[in-house]
Every structure is written in C-alpha cells, then in structure tokens.
Design a protein around this ligand. Structure first.
Ligand SMILES: N[C@@H](Cc1ccccc1)C(=O)O
Length: 501
C-alpha cells in the first residue's frame, strides 16, 4: 500500500491514541489542518482510519456579552446606584448606563421586581424595593459567567439555566453549530503501524538547488494524483473576443503587415466616404446605412490641396481620364462627423499620409452601422481592413492573398469569390469561406482601389484592398451561436469561453 509521507506521519500519531480529536491530531503531527484532513481522508479511503463527524449546537458569547461580563449587566449597574441612593431618576442612570441601555432598564428592573416606578414632577423616578436590596445571582448571571469563561458552550448546558432566545434578545450570545471531528485508527491501520512504517520526508517541489546539488537522487518525491477532482479555478484572463482579435493582430504582424491605428471611432465623411470616391449622393451614405454625430456635427477637412484633388475626382475624374461622378462636390457634406462605418477609412488616411511601395498594411476597427439587433446582427462590429501596394500587383494577386487570408485567419478549407460592387474598387469581389459547420460564410469585400481614389490620394501604384467582418468567424471559434455574446458580461461565459487557436 502506497502512503504519502504525511499519511504515514498521521497514521503513526494516530496509533498512539487510537481515537483522537481532530484538532489534537493536527497538533501532534505538526502539519497544517488542510494537510491532516487530506491525510485522514486518504487513510480512510485505504481503510486505515475512520473519521467521525458530529455536529453540535452551541452558544457563543458576543462582543456585547464579553463587555457585560466585565462591567456587569445594565440592571446590576442600575441596581448598584439604587442601593447607594435608594431613589434615582432616569437622568441619574445616565452615569452608569449607555444610551441604548437606558430605554429598556425600567422594564428590566420592574420585571425583576427590583424597583418601583412613578412620576414625580413630570419625571420618572425609580425607587428600590426589598427584592432589589436582597437580590443575588440569577440564572442569567450564571450563564454569562460560564459563557465569558468558555466562549463557546453547548446548547444543553446553557438551556438548563436560561433560554437561548433570551440571550439572543439581550445580544449576549448567539447560536452556532460546530462540527466535532474525531479520528479513529482501524485494526488494519494498527497492523500496518506495528509492522513498521518507514518515514521518509517527501519533496513536493523540485528546486534548482535540488538539481544542482544532485540531492534529487536521494529524496523521495511526493506523488500527485492528477486525476483527483479539484476546485475550479478561474484566473483573470483577457475577454475572449479581445483575445481572439489580439491573436489575429499577431498573425498579421507575423505575416509582415504594418498596423494602422486610430485613436478615435469618429470619422469625417471625408475619410469614410469621399476619399474613397464614394459619391455624396450614394445611397449607402444616407442615414439608413450609417450613423451621424449629433454634437459636434462637423470636423475638419485635411490639407486644401488633397481636398481639391478629391473634389476634382468626384466632379470630373481629375487627371485619371475618368469622367468622375458628374455632380458638384460639397465640402460641408464631407466635414460631417460619423462613427466610422468601415475600416477602409483608415486605408484612405494611410494612403494620403504616404506608404512604402511595396508595402502591406492592416487595421482592426470597431465599426458602426444601423441594423436590427438579433443573434446574427450587431450595430457595432469589428472589421479587419488591409491593403497591399506594389507596382506589379494585379487581380490574381488579390485573389491569392485573400485565399491565404481565409485559410490562415479563418481556418477555411474552401474559398469562393463572387463579383460584387463597391464605389472604390474595380474590379470588386465578395468572398465566402466554407466552414464545416456553418457552411458558406460571407466574410467581406475586396478589390483593386480605383485610380480616381488612389491618384487623388497621391499614390501611383496599384493597391489591392479588402475588408473582412470577423465577428461571425469569432462566433464560430468561440463556440457561440448568438453574436451578442461577443460583448456579454455573463460571468459564466467569460470564465468558461474556450480559448481560440
Ligand atoms: N469596406 C467594405 C469592404 C471592402 C474593403 C476594401 C475593398 C473593398 C471592399 C465593407 O465594409 O463592406
């Protein structure tokens, strides 16, 4: 039979007394309570010891009770004064009683028959009685003495003197249950001890010292039962969705992408739409598809020269050979502020700032669009946007990159592209990835930025770009079927959500 060091020690100590109170056993072994309890349970499982538990109702003295034991109960303090003076007013009693002791004192003295009460000149006057003069120790005084001495007393002992209800009412004591534990050695346990147990200290922690000194060869290692049930432990961890986004960010950086960051979720229409060659009368620009900021309503436009080029592109195509949209472009309209509706706005900002050619950029953005909330729709969600710029890039590169993306990031097995339309790309595609459980999932759009857009922003090389909604993917990865859970503070979910990747 395999016994741990602690079990052996406990058993040996136990064999000295046969049956012993648990607390005493703890003292004898010199181990801590938890360790002894674990050993006792281990020994019990092996049939070497038996744990007897008995719970008992007890009465415990309170802090107030302790104070009374020192300065005596209020009725005794009052009686002492009465014995000295024969007659006192309620005011006189203030010297010996606390504020909250004053109110019940009249009732108490009367109940004991220690004083009579009457009104004199509108004042309550107490006068001592014969009973009061002769009064001696009552059962309650006796109970208080016992309680003060032992602190915890069995219910039966106290109830012989006074009701617990009375003690509770007077805040002298409280009821409680204590579990009395006794440990007994079994005949099998005794036999094992009589055969002799070798007590060798066990090591539960392998330290660098043990390794360096070579001592690890001599010591005995404590064995752990790795299958034993343990208490669930919930360490602090990143919000699951946040963790998911961070992993994607890491992946992209590993793939050589430069991250584009923004301090604000608020954008001017200029960057959200105009710089992307989205005409100001485009239907997706109406309030049904994006939000608007109420206050402040407008922000600032960037450098005049850039604004002029964007205006020219919209109105007549600028110097691209395109005819543009053919309307009068309004700077006021472009200044309007809105919560960013797509991450592509940051592409425009980056292109205008200047980019490395060739270069790869990405951003993970919270974006906002009006919708009806349900288990698959949110009004705010996250997109990964990105673009690759390079002299030689063409549509085939775009499809290749997107495919790699879907496989690497989404873990998709199959990818499908369908023709689509965006005002800022030509050609444009919509991509779907096949998921074994979700089927075909639409991930987002992509395309080659139109020259009307890139030229106005000062870029002369082809730029291939994409925007992917990642919430649905996150749902799948996190094993949830309600998108709202991505932002839920349901503690159970936050604790148990599976980690992705
Ligand atoms: N911004 C587009 C996606 C997209 C990005 C870049 C190029 C083409 C399309 C959307 O939100 O749907």
């Amino acid at each position: 039979m395999e016994l741990s060091y602690q079990e052996k020690l406990t058993l040996i100590k136990l064999s000295e007394t046969k049956k012993v109170k648990f607390e005493e056993l703890v003292e004898k072994t010199g181990l801590d309570q938890v360790a002894v309890m674990r050993s006792v349970l281990g020994l019990q499982a092996k049939g070497l010891a038996k744990l007897h538990e008995r719970s008992e109702k007890v009465v415990k003295i309170t802090e107030t009770g302790k104070e009374y034991a020192q300065i005596s109960l209020p009725e005794w303090r009052a009686l002492k004064l009465l014995r000295e003076r024969g007659k006192v007013t309620l005011d006189d009693l203030k010297d010996v009683l606390g504020e909250d002791e004053l109110k019940p004192i009249v009732g108490l003295l009367r109940k004991e028959g220690w004083a009579t009460v009457r009104k004199e000149d509108g004042k309550l006057v107490l006068e001592i009685t014969d009973n009061g003069r002769e009064a001696g120790e009552r059962p309650i005084d006796r109970a208080l003495k016992i309680l003060a001495e032992k602190e915890t007393v069995s219910l039966s002992e106290i109830e012989g003197l006074v009701s617990v209800k009375e003690l509770k009412r007077r805040k002298i004591a409280e009821e409680d249950t204590v579990t009395e534990r006794e440990v007994e050695i079994t005949p099998a346990g005794e036999e094992l001890v009589s055969k002799g147990l070798e007590l060798k200290r066990e090591v539960s922690l392998l330290t660098p010292e043990l390794i360096k000194s070579g001592k690890w060869k001599e010591v005995e290692f404590r064995k752990f039962d790795i299958k034993a049930p343990v208490k669930r432990f919930y360490p602090g961890k990143k919000q699951p969705y946040r963790a998911f986004l961070d992993k994607i960010r890491r992946r992209l950086i590993e793939m050589g992408f430069i991250e584009m960051v923004s301090e604000s979720m608020i954008e001017t229409q200029f960057w959200n739409f105009d710089a992307l060659f989205q005409p100001q009368n485009h239907p997706a620009r109406e309030w049904t598809d994006t939000y608007q900021l109420k206050y402040p309503k407008s922000g600032h436009l960037p450098a005049e020269e850039l604004v002029a080029r964007v205006k020219a592109a919209h109105e007549h195509g600028g110097d691209t050979g395109s005819r543009g949209w053919g309307y009068v472009w309004s700077p006021e309209r472009a200044m309007l502020l809105m919560p960013r509706a797509h991450g592509t706005a940051l592409d425009a900002r980056q292109l205008a700032k200047g980019v490395e050619i060739p270069g790869k950029y990405f951003t993970i953005q919270r974006v906002f669009r009006p919708d009806v909330l349900d288990r698959t729709h949110l009004i705010e969600f996250n997109q990964i946007d990105g673009f690759v710029v390079g002299e030689e890039l063409n549509f085939r590169h775009l499809l290749g990159i997107l495919k790699r993306f879907a496989v690497e990031i989404a873990g998709a097995k199959k990818v499908k592209f369908l023709p689509d339309y965006y005002p800022f790309t030509e050609p444009s595609v919509q991509m779907s990835a096949y998921h074994p459980e979700l089927g075909w999932v639409e991930f987002g759009g992509a395309g080659i930025f139109r020259e009307e857009m890139t030229k106005a922003l000062g870029i002369d090389a082809p730029v291939i770009a994409w925007g992917i909604g990642i919430d649905r993917l996150a749902m799948f990865k996190l094993g949830i079927d309600d998108i709202r859970y991505l932002f839920s503070y349901d503690l159970r979910w936050l604790r148990e959500a599976r980690l992705v990747w």
